[in-house]
Design a protein around this ligand. Structure first.
Ligand code: FAD
Length: 496
């Protein structure tokens, strides 16, 4: 046997870690400092199972004061913290690195709804509240909290704000940033910034709130937020339509905007291959329309939703008229307006099951991109052509929030090729090809999922030196010792 000899530096780190855990146990109680592998496991792998890290501890504070105590202990003993909400993120931002030296700070015990002010149309919630619980609390008061993601049962408000999440209602209500009025944040020096203002106007200097939103846990720990509520619509009416081309889908979008304006709350695009993928993996979710343009054409399906404040009959009549006119103008091939809540839910389930159908089909190359809406049709046709030329047989799974200019432009392995081999060989060159096309059209390489650890190198490639320098300056100012989520978003900013 070979004895392991501990170096003085290792002994010092071990002592610091022991002292850190002791401080955390004193602040949180033994049961909320998880060190056993089995207890830590759910916190160490991301939702897409791309990343698995190690942690010296998983910490579960139950109040803002406890979060501040954890940050103070981390500062004292020089431990990096990775904040984690529902762990549904798509960029590996909530997964610690492989060193085992970082601690995960889970917000899953910060779950209180602190206040609901119906007259001000605001709700104040703690960061670990599940999005679905916030929606339910708003609904109980006759209000709508419109942020809506397929992960809403598990993702948290803190995570939604940290990633500036989008989802299906951005077209009408904006993304998470647009729905937030105020924040409470534990800063890198373990202070509590109480920015829980419930104001729609507040021009008093730099907007600190907007710095923390979308920062993916690299600048501070969001512990609570004031969110905007909306009036509950009388009814929502959903339809699916088929179109021959993406440009036709864009014409339908323009028509829907002109006719329905703010009543248009959803406009989702699905390439016909998405419909086929759903059909083969979730056969109970049936598209009631035939492939547009015959079996050899590509074609797209579009899901539209209007939310009407007058009545369901009013919304339905508006949607039916819109689709009839679009059909007369040759924009739409065919359309069905949902006849029941169940049918409407099936239409949405088809859209929301695309990522799950993709996962069942095998590993694939994903791109969450944003483009000016006017550039999307040309982007899809030219990028589809470039991919087909380089990876013959690759299957294009293109879907997304067309009304927001946000595409999930994903590529499945050719039939018969091992998906893991395809991913290994194609991912890097395909990302480069797609992001170059996006960048050339003034688009973004991350529309709603963020940068996390997945796109750190891509961010460095596509942001200008001026933008990178400003981002680094912000990180250094707010988190000088790189305490929060090191290695995420921007690569190793220099510590002064
Ligand atoms: P986590 O995954 O736990 O963390 C995400 C990032 O936020 C990490 O960098 C983490 O460090 C940071 N963070 C978390 N909490 C805090 C906090 N309190 N303070 C500071 N930083 C924090 N996303 C969309 O935008 N639109 C969609 O339509 C969408 N659909 C999805 C559908 C499915 C089925 C799934 C699984 C995910 C989907 N997502 C979507 C991605 C994901 O749900 C969102 O990114 C969500 O906002 C993440 O929330 P979370 O609580 O799970 O955060």
């Amino acid at each position: 046997t070979r004895a392991t000899i501990e170096t003085p530096a290792q002994a010092e780190r071990g002592a610091a870690l022991g002292a850190f855990l002791a401080d955390c146990r004193a602040a949180l109680g033994d049961t909320h400092v998880l060190t056993a592998a089995s207890a830590q496991a759910p916190f160490l792998t991301d939702w897409r199972k791309r990343y698995t890290g190690r942690a010296c501890a998983v910490l579960r504070p139950a109040s803002t004061a406890e979060v501040a105590a954890v940050v103070a202990a981390a500062n004292k003993h020089d431990i990096a913290l990775v904040t984690q909400g529902g762990n549904t993120g798509h960029a590996g931002g909530a997964t610690p690195d492989a060193s085992g030296a970082q601690a995960v700070l889970s917000t899953n015990r910060l779950r209180r709804i602190r206040a609901l002010d119906a007259a001000n149309d605001t709700i104040t919630v703690e960061a670990g509240c599940a999005l679905a619980d916030v929606q339910a609390a708003a609904r109980a008061a006759g209000r709508l909290f419109p942020l809506s993601l397929a992960s809403e049962g598990s993702c948290t408000i803190g995570g939604n704000l940290a990633t500036n999440a989008g989802g299906t209602a951005v077209l009408r209500h904006g993304n998470a940033r647009a729905l937030c009025l105020g924040l409470e944040v534990v800063t890198a020096d373990a202070q509590v910034w109480d920015g829980l203002r419930a104001l729609r106007k507040d021009n008093t200097g730099y907007d600190l709130r907007d710095l923390f939103i979308g920062a993916e846990g690299t600048l501070g720990v969001i512990t609570a937020a004031v969110l905007k509520l909306q009036p509950m619509p009388a009814a929502s009416v959903t339809a699916v339509a088929t179109v021959d081309t993406c440009d036709d889908a864009l014409r339908l979008l323009a028509l829907a905007r002109a006719r329905a304006d703010a009543l248009l709350t959803g406009f989702e695009l699905m390439s016909w291959y998405c419909v086929e993928l759903i059909d083969s993996h979730f056969p109970t979710l049936r598209m009631p329309l035939a492939r547009p343009g015959g079996a050899t054409a590509n074609g797209f399906a579009v899901l539209l939703e209007l939310s009407d404040h007058e009545s369901e009959a009013h919304g339905r009549a508006l949607l039916e008229r819109l689709l009839a006119d679009a059909s007369n103008e040759g924009v739409v091939r065919d359309a069905v307006v949902a006849q029941s809540l169940a049918q409407s839910q099936t239409f949405w389930a088809m859209r929301e099951h695309i990522p799950l159908a993709q996962a069942r089909d095998g590993l694939n190359v994903k791109h969450d991109i944003a483009l000016p809406i006017s550039a999307i049709g040309e982007f899809i046709s030219s990028t589809d052509r470039a991919i087909a030329a380089r990876w013959p047989g690759a299957r294009m799974v293109t879907f997304g929030h067309l009304g927001d200019g946000n595409l999930h432009y994903n590529v499945q392995a050719p039939v018969g090729q091992d998906p893991a081999d395809f991913l290994r060989a194609a991912q890097a060159p395909m990302n480069r090809l797609v992001y170059d096309q996006v960048h050339a059209r003034g688009g973004s390489i991350s529309a709603e999922h963020g940068i996390g650890q997945l796109k750190v190198d891509d961010l460095a490639r596509y942001k200008s030196p001026v933008e990178l320098a400003l981002m680094t300056a912000v990180k250094r100012a707010l988190d000088p010792h790189n305490r929060f989520n090191p290695g995420k978003v921007i690569a190793a900013p220099p510590v002064p």
